[in-house]
Design a protein around this ligand. Structure first.
Ligand code: 7PJ
Length: 289
C-alpha cells in the first residue's frame, strides 16, 4: 500500500485545521459522571450551555484549536447511555459553542443520529471511539462530510479493562485501524477525511499502553494524522500512584512524548499547561532545524 504524504491541513466544515504545528484538542465532558471532571458543567441536573461556553472559551484562549464535546461516559466500567440522553447532553452544547468559540467543535460519539444532528448544528469534526462500527455510523458520518477520528478499542467500556489481551498490540491496533480505513473508504468516506487514534486506555494494560506509545511512529507511518488521548488516564495512576486530579504533570509529559513520536493532535484536559510544553518543543525545533 502506498504511503501518502502527511497532509498539512484538514477542512472541518467552515474551518481549516492546520497541522503545521501540533494541535491541541480540549476535552469538554457533558456527562454527569466523567471520571476527571464529573458534572462540572451541570446546573439543576442538566448540562448548562453557558457554563460549557465559558469552559470552551477558556480552553480556546489557552491554545485549543478543537473542542471535543462528549456525552457518553466511556471510562472503564461505565454503563451504556441511551442515544436520547446522549443527544440531550451534547446537542445544546454544540449549538451554543458553534459560531461562538473560535475553534472546531468535535463531537465524541458513536451514535449515527447524533453525528447527523451535531453536523447540522455546526460541528466540524466527528470523534468515534468505536471507529464507525455501530449500525448506520459509516453512512451517517459519510453524509456529514466532516473529518472523522477512528479509534481502536478492545471490547466495550463496561468490560474492556478486565483482561485486555493481544499478540502484538501495535500490529493488532494497526491491522484494526487499516480495516476501518478500508471500510470507511468502501462506504464513500475519502481517506483524506480520516484521523487515526490507538485508543490509549481502551482495552489496554499499562504495558500495552506503553508499547503503543513507544511505537507510535509506526502508526504515524500510515500517513494519516494521529490523534492521541493520554490526559489523566489510569496508566498515569498506575505508574505514579497519583489520583486523577494530580495527573497534570505526567499528562503534559505524555502529550509532549506523543507529539515527539508523531502525534498531530493531542486530546487533553489541561490545555494551558500542554500549550506551554509544546511551545518549548517548538522553540527547540527552530534551532535544531
Ligand atoms: C479518548 C477519546 C481518546 C479519542 C476519550 C478519557 C476517556 N477519543 N475519548 N481518543 N478518550 N479519540 O478522556 O479519559 O483517547 S474518553
Amino acid at each position: 500500500m502506498a504511503v501518502t504524504q502527511r497532509r498539512s491541513a484538514l477542512q472541518c466544515a467552515d474551518r481549516l485545521l492546520s497541522f503545521q504545528a501540533p494541535v491541541i484538542m480540549g476535552v469538554l465532558n457533558t456527562t454527569p459522571d466523567s471520571f476527571s471532571d464529573g458534572g462540572r458543567l451541570y446546573t439543576d441536573g442538566r448540562p448548562d450551555p453557558d457554563a460549557a461556553l465559558d469552559a470552551a472559551s477558556a480552553m480556546v484562549n489557552a491554545g485549543a484549536a478543537i473542542i471535543d464535546v462528549g456525552g457518553e461516559s466511556t471510562r472503564p466500567g461505565a454503563e451504556p447511555v441511551s442515544v436520547q440522553a446522549e443527544m440531550d447532553r451534547v446537542l445544546p452544547v454544540v449549538e451554543r459553542l458553534a459560531g461562538s468559540v473560535d475553534a472546531i467543535i468535535s463531537v465524541d460519539t458513536s451514535s449515527p443520529a447524533l453525528m447527523c444532528e451535531a453536523a447540522a448544528l455546526g460541528a466540524g469534526m466527528l470523534n468515534d471511539v468505536r471507529a464507525l462500527m455501530r449500525e448506520g455510523a459509516l453512512e451517517a458520518a459519510r453524509d456529514t462530510g466532516l473529518p472523522i477520528c477512528l479509534m481502536h478499542m478492545q471490547g466495550s467500556p463496561s468490560t474492556m479493562q478486565s483482561a485486555p489481551r493481544y499478540g502484538d498490540v501495535v500490529d493488532e491496533v494497526l491491522t484494526f485501524l487499516r480495516a476501518r480505513v478500508a471500510a470507511s473508504e468502501a462506504a464513500g468516506i475519502s481517506r483524506d477525511r480520516l484521523l487515526l487514534d490507538p485508543g490509549f486506555g481502551f482495552g489496554k494494560s499499562v504495558a500495552h499502553n506503553l508499547r503503543l506509545l513507544a511505537h507510535l511512529s509506526r502508526l504515524a507511518g500510515e500517513g494519516l494524522p494521529l490523534l492521541v488521548g493520554l490526559s489523566r488516564k489510569s496508566l498515569i495512576g498506575a505508574l505514579t500512584g497519583r489520583d486523577v486530579h494530580e495527573r497534570l504533570p505526567a499528562s503534559v509529559a505524555l502529550a509532549l512524548l506523543a507529539v515527539q513520536r508523531g502525534a498531530s493532535v493531542v486530546r487533553v484536559h489541561d490545555v494551558a499547561a500542554t500549550a506551554d510544553a509544546l511551545a518549548m518543543l517548538a522553540a527547540l525545533e527552530t534551532v535544531e532545524s
